[in-house]
Design a protein around this ligand. Sequence first.
Ligand code: GRF
Length: 204
Amino acid sequence: MNIGVFASGRGSNFQAILDAIQQDLLHAAVTLVVSNKADAGALEIARAHSLPAVHLNQKQYPDDASFASAMLSVLRAHDVQMIALAGYLKKIPLDVVREYKNRILNIHPALLPSFGGAGMYGHHVHEAVIASGAKFSGATVHLVDEEYDRGPIVLQKSIAVEDHETPDTLAAKVLKIEHEIYPLVLKAFAENRVTINERSVWIH
Ligand code: GRF
């Protein structure tokens, strides 16, 4: 399975996917890394591994349609079969969501459907979780559809929010879980062990 990773930041989830491939836990290849930010750590990681690293930003294109078609061309050129959003902070163009229906995953640092949606990224998520008094948080891998953080959930893992927790300590615990579950979900897709129907996603 050829994976295209989309990331806006440091790329630790991307690194976890590469590690799983290297350790032979995940039989897949990352054939493309895309970032909306030219200086994203994820692009540096890609270059360090001699993987195609593409800076693609809406601002480089006159309109939405040409941006979407540029994205689709680069995905096709690298024979991408599955897209893994790993800290990608931009919306995926609708044409791409449609073309890759049920083949775009995202990882979110909380237990969706809580603490998701617009503005819920990075430390904002963990601050909101602590402020709410929630006793559990965790990470969610879900399919991407036409709305932010709304697609069907594929896998979640939870952890306790301790009394002394700060957004930073919680972020570190959640990130560790993210690095565990993202490769697991990709492995299930690579091995055709995922059944998707209108109401649920089932890993077997
Ligand atoms: C992760 O917390 C992920 O859940 C969120 O963005 C962060 C990306 O971190 N969507 P990294 O760039 O993979 O280190």
